[in-house]
Design a protein around this ligand. Structure first.
Ligand code: NDP
Length: 485
């Protein structure tokens, strides 16, 4: 597609994709299981090599993928390149380097009275991993999760958001075209909730990213079928700015973290608490940076909402804040049909305003003045969401102590949240923000199951001492050997 054609389409959201017929979903699930049988027999270096080559090929063709992402989401091209593809590249790099250490058989410690046996832990793939993903990062989240799942030896059934199905279908076609993976190892099941439910039913493990409400429904369905579900849900990133914060970096982070990708980022800055002494200076710097943003033209730094209710939700939260006494700067609707609004700064924000307590997922930066950072920590910990949070201060020791007091799965000190790009860091939330983790050692291991192995090596023709027949003499000898007091 030419740039101008894609540009034109990106000005308004495309229509959602039609539902997958139940028979087609069942056929894809059966093909995934068949592919798993072949793929799970490949050893770890073979899987690493095949998947590394798959990524190389996708990366080579990424301008085609960028056109599709742009058409579906209207994101700035720079964000597509750096966030959607750049972060995947970093994940691929990390996990291809860690795969052998994490996934190959590892010896286990043997109790000394059993030194005639060998013990080891093996990692077995789960089978079919059902990935249900949102629309805000239509390449990064589904492919990042699928890559890890396949590296761990699984097949993947992906249910993308209905709003970004074309990106997922591009991935399916491009992966198949490499010819490097068994047919059906990675399949897409487009549709809405019903397609998601089919994926849950067909999978051995579910990896869900989306809203808290849908996450709970998915977890309940998976639990009823005794399947594990990893849940990555919503957030309300509090940025806590202390009086001695590096002001310029903090203000730039509030703006980038708050409005990049039109604020549609689960770890994005959703509210700012600022200590009184620097409140006015901080607000001025944020304001200046917001007004310097390019909102229109080919180099626009802000895109659009992906689908209509998101604009209405952001506007409703701004109206609620205004009614409760906040000063709202910006936030004008620039193009209702094209789902574009100017970023908004909400001053004199208070905790009883929706903008401070409910996920906005829009380019809105509410700022609340606090006497001390500890007050902000207490207010945040009272809430239900605990995905990402950050503390800003030149006193790194104090900032780290405050960060560890925050009930959040991911924290940053003078850092708004690049956790996703660190494959080494577990990514996920606490409380209503999620369950279990993706990434990090534990995230990759979650995509497998442990198989514990004991091999009795010698003497092969003798029973163990603790088997029948039971005798007092043997029992007291064993008790002494074990060290029972
Ligand atoms: P939704 O919960 O609306 O949807 C997520 C996915 O679930 C979509 O593919 C959706 O399909 C599907 N789905 C809907 N109903 C069901 C069902 N009954 N069974 C199975 N699947 C179903 O979330 P959004 O797409 O609106 O994503 C935004 C949310 O995601 C925000 O809250 C954001 O914070 C969170 N998020 C969390 C991240 C994290 O890692 N913690 C990262 C990114 C986003 P469809 O849309 O087609 O109906």
């Amino acid at each position: 597609m030419t740039n101008s054609a894609a540009e034109e389409r990106a000005s308004a959201p495309p229509a959602p994709h039609p539902e997958t017929a139940p028979e087609l979903a069942a056929a894809k699930a059966a093909a995934a299981r068949k592919a798993f049988a072949t793929w799970s027999r490949a050893d770890v270096p073979q899987r690493v090599e095949a998947l590394r080559r798959v990524w190389r090929e996708l990366a080579r063709r990424r301008s085609e993928a960028a056109d599709v992402i742009f058409e579906e989401t209207g994101k700035p091209r720079v964000e597509i390149e750096i966030v959607e593809f750049g972060a995947v590249s970093m994940l691929v790099d990390h996990f291809t380097q860690s795969a052998r250490r994490l996934l190959e058989e590892r010896p286990a410690r043997v109790p000394w009275i059993m030194l005639n046996k060998r013990a080891a832990v093996r990692r077995r793939a789960r089978g079919v991993v059902g990935i249900i993903s949102p629309w805000n990062m239509p390449f990064l989240i589904p492919f990042g999760d699928a890559f890890c799942a396949m590296l761990a030896g699984n097949a993947v059934l992906l249910k993308p958001s209905e709003w970004t199905t074309k990106t997922a279908l591009w991935l399916e076609t491009a992966i198949a075209a490499t010819g490097l993976l068994p047919e059906g190892l990675f399949s897409v099941v487009p549709g809405r909730g019903a397609a998601g439910e089919r994926v849950v039913d067909a999978a051995d493990l579910v990896l869900f990213t989306g809203s808290c409400a849908t996450g709970k429904a998915v977890a309940a369905r998976a639990a009823a079928r005794l399947k594990p579900a990893i849940l990555e849900l919503g957030g309300k990133h509090p940025m806590i700015v202390l009086a001695d914060a590096p002001l310029e970096r903090a203000a730039a982070a509030a703006v980038w973290g708050g409005v990049a990708n039109m604020g549609q980022v689960c770890v994005g800055v959703e509210r700012v608490f600022v200590e009184g002494e620097i409140h006015d200076a901080f607000v001025e710097k944020v304001r200046a940076r917001l007004s310097a943003l390019r909102l229109t033209g080919p180099d626009a730094e802000l895109g659009r909402f992906v689908f209509p209710p998101l604009l209405d939700r952001a506007l409703a939260q701004l109206e609620d804040a205004r009614k409760k006494g906040a000063r709202v700067i910006g936030g004008e609707v620039l193009d209702r049909a094209g789902l574009r609004m100017a970023p908004a700064l909400v001053l004199d924000a208070r905790m009883d305003m929706a903008v401070m307590s409910e996920e906005t997922f829009g380019p809105v930066i509410p700022i609340m003045k606090v006497a001390r950072a500890e007050e902000a920590v207490a207010l945040c910990n009272e809430g239900e969401l605990g995905l990402a949070a950050s503390v800003w201060s030149r006193d790194l020791q104090k900032a780290e102590a405050l960060a560890s007091a925050l009930e959040a799965g991911m924290v940053g000190v003078n850092e708004p949240g690049s956790h996703y790009a660190f494959g080494s860091l577990p990514f996920g939330g606490v409380k209503s923000s999620g369950m279990w983790r993706r990434h990090g050692d534990e995230g990759l291991l979650m995509l497998t199951q442990a198989q514990s192995l004991i091999v009795h090596e010698w003497p092969l023709d003798m029973p163990d001492l603790w088997w029948f027949p039971y005798e007092k003499r043997k029992a007291s000898l064993l008790a002494r050997l074990i060290g029972l007091p």
